[in-house]
Design a binder for this molecule. Sequence first.
Ligand code: UD1
Ligand code: BG6
Length: 370
Amino acid sequence: NKGKYEHYMQKEIHEQPESLTTTMRGRLIRGGSSKRKSVLLGGLKDHLKTIRRSRRIVFIGCGTSYNAALAARPILEELSGIPVMMEIASDLLDRQAPIYRDDTIIFVSQSGETADTLNALEYALENGALCVGITNTVGSAIARNTHCGVHLNAGSEIGVASTKAYTSQIVVMAMVALAIGADTISSKPRREAIIESLLNLPGKVREVLKLDQEMKDLAKSLISEQSLLMFGRGYNYATALEGALKVKEVALMHSEGILAGEMKHGPLALVDENLPIVVIATRDQCFSKQQSVIQQLKARKGRLIVMCTEGDAAAVCGGSGRVIEVPLVVDCLQPVVNIVPLQLLAYHLTVLRGYNVDQPRNLAKSVTTE
Ligand code: UD1
Ligand code: BG6
């Protein structure tokens, strides 16, 4: 049931304040007179000790689920102190990469039925690793065959392009990082700040959804482009990859997410006054580096669309180029806010270009063959 919406993708984008709320429900405790804040993940609590002792944590997923894990990687590294590796399921299997008994492998899959991810799970189980699932689907193969895990509780997602599952995945993985790091006294203020920001996140997402008309106007200006680049770094490298994936899969336009730190090592050659480029430059510890990326793109007359923190437009762009201003949240959760305008952009671009939003050409919601 699409309710007042024309498409499931549109509905699912707009229901993110609610889906994030249900993802967090009963799992964040802002407690009592001591004002203690903590995370309770029922599915992980008996395994946290083992996870803390593991030599590495490896994220495995495909598509959007991989991107969500990439967004959560920095905070998991920071709060766990354990090296976190990223693997695309099919690539891990192609390489038959080493997996050890003291590894924790986290399988991320909205559907819980993706064949590549399931094959990687079978491989990791054979190699004796602790296998953790993060899935939206109770009773799915990932949920059944992992040792433990966390359900997203985001509600069913029907649009082939994943939107609300992505933001719920990031939130669940941030909560996993908080749970693993919960025994470290030195990071307590940091963890409490993140929990506070999680509690405010649905409201911030509701605010950023007000950019809907602005993103429709931006889409109109991009309707007949051949290509769109997206530059991000740090927490928002994943935002660039996921924004580009959305544009590619539904709007059927070439789009590429690029790590801004790699700009000089190739992508800069593409820059001219015609190719539109989204630069994500919200406030975090990479901000000054992103400012210099913007300067270098401007020096080459790049056609920029800059995403920045509310109030930063003048400072970041000096009045030229297009700007997308978004509300500020704690750095590690900023990807949840920043992806929303790009989801809206991909949605409107698809509708304006006359393509099928909910069932993009050649794609399936759940890919159950290798
Ligand atoms: C569980 C209940 C929830 C109830 C809550 C009350 C289920 C599905 N969830 O939620 O309805 O309100 O307790 O305390 O009954 N798991 C895996 N692999 C995965 C995902 C999950 O093995 O990929 C396992 C978990 O380790 C756990 C179980 O499935 O044993 C349920 O996980 P989850 O729904 O996340 O747990 P709770 O949030 O505690
Ligand atoms: C398919 C979907 O390719 O599978 C993507 O079209 C999705 O949207 C990918 O990201 C992975 O799916 P899942 O269910 O494992 O997260």
